[in-house]
Design a protein around this ligand. Sequence first.
Ligand code: GLN
Length: 191
Amino acid sequence: MKPRVGVLALQGGFAAHAAILESCGARVDEIRTAEQLALVDALVMPGGESTTMSMLLERSGLLAPLAERLDAQMAVLGTCAGMILLAREVVDGRADQHSLGLVDLTVRRNAYGTQLESFEADIAVEGFETPFHAVFIRAPAVERVGAGVEVLARHGDRPVLCRSGSATVAAFHPELSGDERLHARFLADLS
Ligand code: GLN
């Protein structure tokens, strides 16, 4: 049976994730309510603006049910703003920004500075035979990696792809480079 994957669709780049997941063979639901969240086996939290997404999570009543599902080991892929929301500690966040705290990382928002706010780079990803073309858009930088967090890729010496339990987080946008490998692996790990 096709895995049923939700894409958090409150704000940001959810459409490209949905398209790539569908092309990898998943059944995809856009998630805007707790009722919708309850129906999916796994979730993608896209890039966008973590402060806005945090506020919308609260307003939509999704924050508590999402925390519960994550606590119960639902598989989740968080990219960019999604990574920020899943990190244990956020530097340069807004004081009222929520952290789901699932992945023991410290991330700094918008850490690459104005000049390099957006850039692309080929990175080596553990388990992939050829480099992955990574698109970074006002990306967060990982400043601390906790015990139990596995680093799957780095850019320079900064971790940019990490896994911890049922969560995978990327500082870049894997949905934007026409490379399905990360999404395919996320789906393969569900079965
Ligand atoms: N800078 C954004 C934030 O703080 C993240 C950027 C992105 O998701 N592309 O949420």
